[in-house]
Ligand binder design. Structure first.
Ligand code: TXA
Ligand code: MG
Length: 341
């Protein structure tokens, strides 16, 4: 681990400067780690075929080796080299959503190093849509293994500043392309069986998936498993995405307001996150107020940045007005539930 600070290059998110991409590709080729924006969140990338570099990703994140990484590809056709079987359902989903925020879990070929998959027989594949991510994977000419660019079990990074705060000198280069447009990680789907199975709700919502997939197995809510032994996707850890502050979910806006006021009265530095303007007594009570959009995309885009902001402001408690129960809010609810557990 070096004590130097990472190099940060500012990059145009729509039209990335070729010299910045070439520099990042050089760092990756030399076995370094590069954080880069995707359409979902920032990734912490290493050359996937470089075992030593991939091992450094786990070390930098302080993530257990058994938690597999996603392979980021430049083109859907590349998937065939890493997937032992490619079902009709996989083909339909890739065709509809790649490039984009969908990750497909398939049986892997021998071309995928054990370090990437944690020794497992499957691999997660995704073709990102963000121009910086696409340019970088294309420049490297090989897949990039990248988890989200935050330390294990802490809040996901959606800006370069979040990456720097979380990983510091453990990343060699950060491509700063501004805030990620999606703000929530990709949807992860297991497409090994005839019936596709949702492993993690994310950037592609269920309504969109259902328009394409023949059938999707959604255990609602997605199971939160407590042990290492039987977890179908390691991201299903109960504790995940957790800020330093305690997150408390409250049923209605008024419940959330009352809870926040009570915490404030007890002397806790309290943040309140709602989906609409709070009542007058709350506005004047000295709480940190965060009013997020009342629709799932806008809310998802702002969620992790809001949790980071609450932590940065020294909040002890973050009281959140629970999101609606309907399916469109599944990914948001999932992240909030884990942040609070
Ligand atoms: O949007 C995203 O997916 C971001 C960007 C950087 O691409 N990446 C990301 O990576 O969120 P990470 O490592 O933080 O989360 C990957 C998720 C985890 O829930 C992991 O358990 C699951 O994908 N996963 C990876 N490989 C898997 C596999 N072979 N089988 C089942 N789940 C897998
Ligand atoms: Mg993550």
């Amino acid at each position: 681990m070096s004590t130097r600070s990472p190099t940060i290059l500012s990059v145009d998110p729509t039209n990335p400067q070729p010299d910045a991409i070439a520099e990042a590709a050089r760092v990756l080729a030399a076995g370094g780690l590069v954080a880069f924006p995707t359409e979902t969140v920032y990734g912490l990338g290493a050359r996937a075929l470089d075992r030593t570099a991939v091992a450094r990703v786990f070390q930098a994140k302080q993530r257990p080796r058994a938690h597999p990484l996603i392979l980021h590809l430049s083109h859907p056709e590349q998937a065939r080299a890493y997937a032992r079987a490619w079902s009709a359902e996989a083909e339909r989903l890739a065709e509809a959503f790649w490039p984009g925020p969908l990750t497909l879990v398939v049986d892997r070929t021998g071309a995928v190093p054990d370090t990437v998959t944690g020794g497992g027989a499957t691999v997660a594949l995704r073709v990102p849509a963000h121009p910086i991510a696409r340019a970088l994977v294309a420049a490297v000419g090989e897949p990039i293994a990248a988890p989200s660019a935050n330390r294990y079990q802490t809040v996901t990074a959606t800006t370069a500043a979040h990456v720097l705060k979380s990983l510091g000198a453990d990343v060699d280069l950060i491509l700063d392309g501004g805030a990620c447009p999606g703000g929530i990680e990709s949807t992860v789907i297991d497409v090994r069986a005839a019936r596709a199975r949702l492993l993690r709700p994310g950037g592609v919502d269920l309504a969109a998936l259902r328009r394409v997939a023949a059938d999707i197995d959604v255990e609602a809510p997605a199971p939160v498993l407590e042990t290492d032994a039987v977890r179908p996707s390691p991201g299903m850890d109960a504790k995940h995405y957790a800020p330093r502050a305690r997150v408390v979910l409250a049923g209605t806006r008024r419940d959330a307001e009352r809870e926040a006021l009570a915490r404030r009265t007890e002397g806790a530095v309290t943040a309140l996150v709602t989906r609409g303007e709070p009542a007058e007594d709350v506005v004047t009570a000295g709480l940190a107020l965060h009013v997020l959009p009342d629709e799932p995309r806008g809310y998802g885009r702002a969620l992790f940045a809001t949790l980071h902001a609450c932590d940065d402001a020294g909040a002890d408690v973050i009281v959140v007005e629970a999101p609606p129960a309907d399916e469109a809010w599944l990914a948001v609810r999932d992240r909030l539930r884990r942040a609070g557990s």
